[in-house]
Design a protein around this ligand. Structure first.
Ligand SMILES: [Zn+2]
Length: 290
């Protein structure tokens, strides 16, 4: 199903690759206590948490269309990619993503820019596709926008231990080799409608993307939040955070800035429709349906 969001003069499409239960909540949030999970189960289930305490997550891209550009933000898991430590993402071979892209009226040639909020496996996959045994850019006309410290961190990691980050080998470095990367600061102002906001912590140089103008705007959050539980408890880190303390600060800062405004949060991983507004909740926040 195509899902379309209108923000002022811009249109945002969600391109879903997968949706369902993925990770055990107790493992996903290493510092959560059984008591805290029990206390919140009532509102989390069944939408955000299934009966076996697996988190209900969506894997998706957002495509922002303005009068001037068509920008894809994050590129999911991708096809034919070896992911030995994640069985549900290993060697995927699905036409769902491309079908959903087409259902939004878009083809790979329409994408002018690809922005990766960070360089984790479920945000870079469709950067490349397999052609005659080689990884080539999926979007033939696109420039790929990576944050400078994010790219150098993962390039270094890959050099030290390629088996620890196979997605860098097949979905990031081929884009660099093809000379298709625009390396930017994570506070880069792309134009008067699209601005990057640094939200570090989940990874070293993670960014979110603000779209629109005051009064009619949205923030594509990337992975600065994975579950609405982290709005109520911003200090709750997730298992692959680079710096969980910094990620907590980023959540408090971004949600503080947009609390009680009309700004739409477009999250990477909340189950559909994945969007919310920020309101105050105790000494923290809540992400509520629009
Ligand atoms: Zn993610």
């Amino acid at each position: 199903m195509p899902a379309t969001i209108e923000i002022g003069s811009a249109t945002i499409h969600r391109i879903v690759e997968q949706e369902g239960p993925f990770f055990d909540a107790m493992q996903f949030f290493p510092t959560i206590t059984r008591e805290l999970l029990d206390e919140n189960r009532g509102w989390l289930q069944p939408r955000f948490l299934d009966a076996r305490d697996q988190l209900m997550l969506c894997i998706q891209s957002y495509v922002v269309r303005t009068a001037h550009h068509t920008i894809m933000i994050d590129t999911c898991v991708g096809n034919h990619k070896p992911r030995p430590t994640r069985s549900f993402w290993n060697m995927m071979n699905s036409d769902r993503y491309e079908k959903n892209l087409a259902a939004s009226g878009l083809g790979v040639n329409d994408i002018d820019f690809v922005m990766c909020t960070h360089l984790h496996t479920d945000h870079v996959g469709w950067n490349t596709r397999l052609e005659n045994g080689r990884w080539v850019p999926t979007f033939p006309k696109a420039r790929y926008v990576f944050a400078d410290r994010e790219l150098s961190y993962w390039t270094e990691r890959q050099k030290d231990d390629p088996t620890a980050c196979p997605w860098v080998t097949d979905s990031v470095l081929p884009i660099v080799a093809a000379n298709r990367v625009d390396i930017v600061k994570s506070a880069h102002a792309f134009n008067d409608l699209v601005t990057l906001i640094p939200t570090p912590g989940h990874t070293i140089d993670h960014y979110s993307v603000q779209v629109g103008k005051p009064g009619a705007d949205a923030v594509i959050t990337g992975d600065m939040i994975h579950s609405p539980l982290q709005a109520r408890y911003p200090e709750l880190g997730m298992m692959s955070d680079y710096d969980a303390g910094q990620a907590a600060k980023s959540r408090r800062q971004l949600f503080g800035r947009f609390c009680d405004t009309s700004t739409l949060m477009c999250t990477a991983h909340f189950p559909s429709p994945s969007t919310a507004r920020v309101v105050r909740w105790q000494d923290a926040f809540d992400l509520i349906d629009v």
